[in-house]
Write a protein that binds this ligand. Structure first.
Ligand code: ATP
Ligand code: MG
Length: 431
């Protein structure tokens, strides 16, 4: 029985006292995405397994080792989404969104599920904010996406996050490059991990992304993709960099980033920090011009990025970025007697309709305990409602900080007057 009060390994709760932190970053992400013209898409948490197998790629770690896959009672194989792109791409196809005009721009917040080894910054259920753009080949779109990610990180107040970019070319340049990689890694066949060995033929670029330290070391001496780019890919990369320069965004070209999905083409990028340990990539993205075709659609060049929300919050903590605390209760109404309890309801409704937070006792505390509670929740004002106040139809509103009292009528003007009082109070509270 003890098991049912323990969360599953690799998952986290967000408690009421912590959720304002999530709401803060999500709000900034929504605002920035909207400033760049993205609108939110919401897709199901599970999809046909085949979608991820094709949309993420058969040779990826995610598909080979990490998916939460199960058969439904109807005998279908479904998978909890390991990332947000495949579901969005499926929705684009299913609803023929390309008919509504190009480019299609969608942003999302998703929970993701990957059976990985839980550690700092690596969970089995984690959350991403991401954007997707479909139907543009232009390097301006690549640069714009990177600008958006940078704007989000800047507005969150993060510093010391570096941007690394690369181009991994198109299938044409990749064919030559893959051969060069096969030739190179074949010399080390007896030292590679079994996963890498199995990928050597099919998708040798995966070897550059291997997390095993020995393989990583070997990968350091591998040929670099930028030496194999075709003219078009080279021009695309140069133009993307030009736009970034013009926007004042600094970056480093890192020819070893290849990203996790199989269908990435041309631009790939990561935002990385060293302040939270080994899991320092807070955002990853790039272009995947072949994805929609791979899923059975027309050629629809696309791109996107995803940010790990848990990692972003970890970086904010590590860098001491302050997240504004939620507003405390504006008015606590303490009650004495049944009639007061009833009257409190009409006053509370009025105050809340003015957009202010207001509370009263709902657990049956005595007056002293109610006032203690008001103090504990940091209420800015309190009001004691008893038989006298009801008989006279007025009561004193007390500033909990200064102790100053102001008499207000308990009629339909109450909330408005309270609102003005709390905004203009000499004690300097701001609501
Ligand atoms: P990593 O190299 O760290 O495994 P990835 O390449 O698998 O990352 P993506 O699939 O590109 O990651 O996901 C985008 C972002 O989601 C990552 O940059 C990271 O911030 C976050 N992320 C990925 N996997 C996890 C996880 N298991 N737990 C928490 N956050 C994660
Ligand atoms: Mg991973």
């Amino acid at each position: 029985m003890a098991l049912i009060t323990k969360k599953i390994k690799g998952t986290e709760d967000v408690l009421p006292r912590q959720s304002y932190r999530w709401q803060f970053i999500e709000k900034i992400m929504r605002e920035e995405a909207s400033a760049y013209g993205f609108r939110e898409i919401r897709t199901p948490v599970f999809e046909h397994t085949e979608l991820f197998a094709r949309g993420v790629g058969q040779t990826t770690d995610v598909v080979q080792k990490e998916m939460y896959t199960f058969d439904t009672k109807g005998g279908e194989s479904v998978t909890l989404r390991p990332e947000g792109t495949a579901g969005a791409a499926r929705a684009v196809l299913e609803h023929a969104l390309e008919n509504e005009g190009l480019p299609i721009k969608a942003s999302y917040f998703v929970s993701c599920y990957r059976y990985e080894k839980p550690q700092a910054g690596r969970l089995r259920e984690f959350h991403q904010f991401g954007v997707e753009e479909y139907g543009t080949q232009s390097p301006a779109a690549d640069a714009e996406l990177i600008c958006l990610a940078q704007s989000v990180l800047d507005r969150l107040g993060l510093t010391e996050v570096r941007l690394e970019i690369n181009s991994i070319g198109c299938p044409e340049c990749r064919a030559k490059y893959n051969q060069a990689l096969r030739d190179y890694f074949s010399q080390y066949k007896d030292q590679l991990c079994t996963t890498c060995l199995s990928r050597l033929e099919k998708n040798p670029m995966r070897l550059l992304d291997c997390k095993s330290p020995e393989d990583h070391k070997i990968a350091e001496g591998a040929p670099i993709i930028t030496d194999y780019l075709c003219e078009e890919c080279e021009a695309h990369f140069e133009q993307t960099k030009k736009y970034l320069d013009s926007a004042g965004i600094s970056y480093e070209v890192n020819p070893t980033i290849v990203r996790g999905l199989d269908y990435y083409t041309k631009t790939v990028f990561e935002f990385i920090t060293d302040c939270i340990g080994a899991q320092g990539t807070v955002c990853g993205g790039g272009r995947y011009d072949g994805l929609i075709e791979e899923l059975g659609g027309k050629h629809l060049p696309s791109l996107g990025f995803a940010m790990g929300l848990e990692r972003i919050l970890m970086v904010m903590d590590a860098q001491g970025v302050e997240i504004p605390q939620p507003e405390p209760c504006a008015l606590y109404i303490a009650t004495m007697g049944d009639e007061a309890k009833v009257k409190a309801f009409s006053l509370l409704r009025q105050v809340r309709e003015c957009g202010l937070q207001a509370e009263t006792d709902v657990v049956g505390r005595g007056l002293r305990a109610q006032m203690k509670y008001a103090d504990k929740i940091g209420a800015k004002y309190s009001l004691v409602l008893g038989d006298n106040e009801i008989a006279e139809n007025k009561a004193n509103v007390k500033n909990m900080d200064s102790g100053e009292q102001t008499e207000l009528a308990l009629d339909e003007s109450f909330a408005e007057k309270f609102s003005v009082l709390s905004l203009t109070d000499k004690a300097g509270f701001e609501i």
